[in-house]
Design a binder for this molecule. Structure first.
Ligand SMILES: C[S@@+](CC[C@H](N)C(=O)[O-])C[C@H]1O[C@@H](n2cnc3c(N)ncnc32)[C@H](O)[C@@H]1O
Length: 317
């Protein structure tokens, strides 16, 4: 990527200007790692992918510490992929493990179909897992039978989702389901009290898509690649008025470049520019959420070794 001196000067000057306005928000990026990966007790009789599981555990525990689950809330995992974060939260919110452990023992002693239990042994809540991709449910959805939730897969673009979508889908279920976002028109609408949107490594453009949802009470989004963001969808264009936001998004990829090698002056500068561009874009998101009445924060939920993208943006009404 070519970067000329004028672009560098403009970016560094803008960073200094914006830093001076909200140093406390930029300083959030100086905080230490707080990796809350203490294992969540569960009746699931399988080992989960350790790396993803630890990251999801830390995100779930941070949100719990912020009080996200103190009151009953409907949960939507945006860009859920395999649904690892949703499953981890489902485990965290399942206190009555013995019911599932007993059922597992019963099934294992009386059936040839081992290590799985019926989905409907208790009335459960729905956890909504939204993703563009189909066919991701085979990895983690089957483990929801060991939690107090059913996995309700909504296939489609997050841009087509809103509080009404979830209310429309919020019907009593006996088991996991997969539905197409566009196919819900005639279903009954059931009101929900509280809506929480979570995401792990949610692509940048998708982050901007969900942050503008109306009627969301809480967001817990582990941010991901900014490089693929769409400047048109960015939530706070006003904040970065006059800047080439698409260029800034692209520049962010330099924060992860070059690995652990010793850097020359040019590489050091690019890395710095990438990180500064990223901070400005994320502080713009924080300010946008604040303007909508949220209390907002950022935590470093894992180390850079654990994941190149280690920041959790949380917001609460
Ligand atoms: C980097 S992956 C992360 C997946 C999973 N959350 C994880 O941590 O393993 C991002 C996911 O977001 C989904 N995604 C991206 N943009 C989306 C959109 N506009 N609507 C729905 N899903 C989207 C992708 O299909 C992909 O599965």
């Amino acid at each position: 990527m070519n970067i000329d001196q004028n672009q560098i000067d403009v970016l560094l000057q803008k960073y200094d200007e914006l830093y001076a306005l909200n140093p406390e928000l930029y300083d959030l990026f100086k905080q230490n790692v707080d990796f809350m990966d203490e294992k969540i007790p569960t009746a699931i009789p399988f080992q989960q992918n350790q790396r993803h599981y630890s990251q999801a555990t830390s995100i779930a525990r941070h949100l719990q510490r912020k009080g996200f689950f103190e009151n009953q809330t409907t949960i939507l995992e945006a860009g859920s992929g395999t649904g690892q974060l949703g499953l981890t939260i489902a485990c965290l919110l399942t206190p009555n493990l013995q019911v599932y452990a007993d059922e597992l023992a019963r099934v294992n002693s009386s059936s040839t179909k081992k290590n799985t239990i019926p989905q409907n042994i208790r009335p459960k809540s729905s956890m909504y897992l939204v993703d563009l991709k189909q066919g991701l449910k085979y990895k983690n959805d089957r483990y929801f039978c060991f939690t107090d939730f059913h996995a309700v897969r909504l296939i489609g673009n997050l841009i087509g989702v809103n509080r009404q979508t979830i209310q429309t889908h919020n019907v009593k279920r006996e088991q996991n389901q997969t539905l197409n976002i566009d196919s819900l028109i005639n279903e009954q609408t059931v009101l929900i009290n509280k809506l929480t949107v979570v995401g792990k490594h949610l692509c940048g453009a998708a982050t901007d898509i969900v942050l503008v949802y109306e009627g969301v009470d809480q967001f817990g989004i582990a941010l991901c690649c900014h490089a693929k963001c769409d400047a048109q969808l960015y939530v706070n264009k006003e904040y970065l008025h006059g800047m080439d936001m698409q260029f800034m998004f692209k520049l962010t990829s330099y924060q992860h470049c070059y690995g652990k090698q010793e850097l020359n002056a040019e590489q050091t500068l690019r890395k710095e520019l990438g990180f500064k561009a990223r901070q400005m874009l994320d502080v713009g998101r924080i300010l946008y959420l604040k303007s909508k009445g949220y209390t907002v924060g950022l935590v470093k939920y894992c180390s850079d070794e654990e994941s190149g993208e280690a920041w959790l943006l949380w917001a609460k009404k």
